[in-house]
Design a protein around this ligand. Structure first.
Ligand SMILES: Cc1cc2nc3c(=O)[nH]c(=O)nc-3n(C[C@H](O)[C@H](O)[C@H](O)COP(=O)(O)O)c2cc1C
Length: 395
């Protein structure tokens, strides 16, 4: 209820199912420099609060906030268990059901959670049972711990789901204490794999959303989740086809109030882009996500260093020299301040971006030096039997 007061439009309730015990401790994180929680790993199971308590509270929330969406996430074993759980959830007035086929720790050892998502035939069958047992909308939540997320998409469509949510956490061991050799989070003398969430997860989640969203056969609404921290993250998920987004770790880290920035930021962005609603943003980036072979091989960029702002730290030089194409020289060219400025050797620069990525003061931009005339296509290259590089021909 506090979340709704803060401005959130809906909530997916912590997964309900058969009683479990949760252990202590249960979270661990990796930081990035001074920034806390780049990624977090948790070994928490489903809700360890009594089912009746959860259902009573869900009812209360719906009674007090009838216009906010509340979805019950559920997880069960046998068909009858799923059906019983659904009946009890329906009595709360919840707006929909999310099927947890995706928890990658603890529950999957019991054949539940991601163990189901990884078996699309079973996922489809359970989705069908659930659909046969309820008139509530059903959303299936996907595990990223698979080779191809689309298999779960096919199962959700075939099973009759009304929507999908992706992604749950990635199986992880976040680190090891090198004194006592216990991985984190520590439980006296051992640990287990957890599920990785938070900002580090976003690129994986975006890719999975896009992989599914671009499929011709897939048209169910997608609820995007994984590393969303701010309005930009949310907008990116929407641009790749999500109609809603969910946030977990960022709320655990910063509190419910982050939604204010998400609402104001997204609103300003939509205004700036002259879009009337988020639905106009939905899917806008999907057409730009292509296969590698469809990319423009006549596009060419090279790095350009802004001598004014460059501090001469040499990071770009080292990165390029040791990690890329030796296309930056530090040949003693000094600016007015006496600092040694790096120079791009444009004939050697492959336009890889590495120097601009490592530059701590954003002094390097990539400039378009594409030939005005289209030189060739991949078909030309293949017909010719290879791709010409300076030193010869590589096939
Ligand atoms: C502590 C914790 C508990 C979670 N419990 C559940 C759960 O009960 N059911 C579920 O479907 N996902 C659960 N998740 C996964 C999140 O809902 C979400 O899919 C994942 O954390 C990625 O999003 P995020 O980066 O915004 O956290 C949990 C995540 C965390 C961090």
């Amino acid at each position: 209820m506090r979340a709704f007061d803060a401005g959130w439009g809906g909530a997916v309730w912590k997964t309900l199912g058969n009683p479990v015990v949760n252990l202590s401790s249960r979270y661990a994180a990796v930081n990035h420099g001074k920034k806390r929680i780049m990624g977090m790993s948790n070994i928490e199971l489903i809700s360890d609060r009594g089912l009746s308590t959860n259902l009573k509270e869900m009812h209360e929330v719906k009674k007090n906030y009838p216009d906010h969406a509340v979805l019950a996430s559920i997880m069960a074993d046998e068909k009858e268990e799923w059906q019983q759980l659904i009946r009890r959830v329906e009595d709360t007035g919840a707006d929909g059901i999310e099927l947890n086929f995706s928890c990658p720790h603890g529950m999957c050892e019991r054949g539940l959670g991601s163990a189901i998502g990884q078996e699309p035939v079973i996922a489809e069958e359970i989705t069908r049972w659930v659909k046969q047992s309820t008139s509530l909308p059903v959303v299936v939540k996907f595990t990223p711990n698979v080779a191809d997320i689309c298999e779960q998409g096919r199962a959700a469509v075939a099973g009759g789901a009304e929507g999908v949510a992706l992604i749950n956490t990635v199986k992880s061991i976040i680190g090891v204490d090198l004194d006592d050799f216990i991985p984190f989070p520590k439980l006296r003398n051992g640990s287990t794999n957890g599920g990785y969430s938070g900002p580090a997860l976003k690129p994986i989640a975006l890719h999975m959303v896009a992989s599914l969203g671009r499929q011709d056969w897939f048209s169910l609404p997608m609820s995007g989740i994984g590393g969303i921290n701010n309005w930009r993250d949310a907008a990116e998920f929407i641009a790749l086809g999500c109609t809603t987004v969910q946030v977990c770790t960022a709320v655990m880290h910063h509190g419910f109030a982050i939604v204010e920035e998400m609402i104001s930021g997204l609103t300003s962005y939509l205004n700036e882009k002259k879009m009337n609603s988020v639905s106009e943003l939905c899917g806008k980036a999907l057409g730009c996500y292509k296969n590698w072979g469809e990319l423009d091989m006549n596009y060419k960029v090279v790095a350009e260093i802004d001598a004014e702002t460059c501090t001469g730290c040499g990071k770009c030089y080292t990165a390029c020299y040791d990690g890329a194409y030796q296309a930056i020289s530090l040949s003693g060219k000094s600016g007015e301040s006496g600092k040694v400025l790096p120079t791009i050797l444009t004939d050697k620069c492959k336009g890889c971006n590495l120097c601009s990525l490592v530059c701590p003061v954003n002094s390097i931009s990539m400039v378009d030096v594409s030939p005005t005339e289209k030189i060739e296509s991949w078909q030309d290259v293949l017909e010719r039997g290879g791709y010409a590089i300076e030193d010869g021909i590589s096939s």
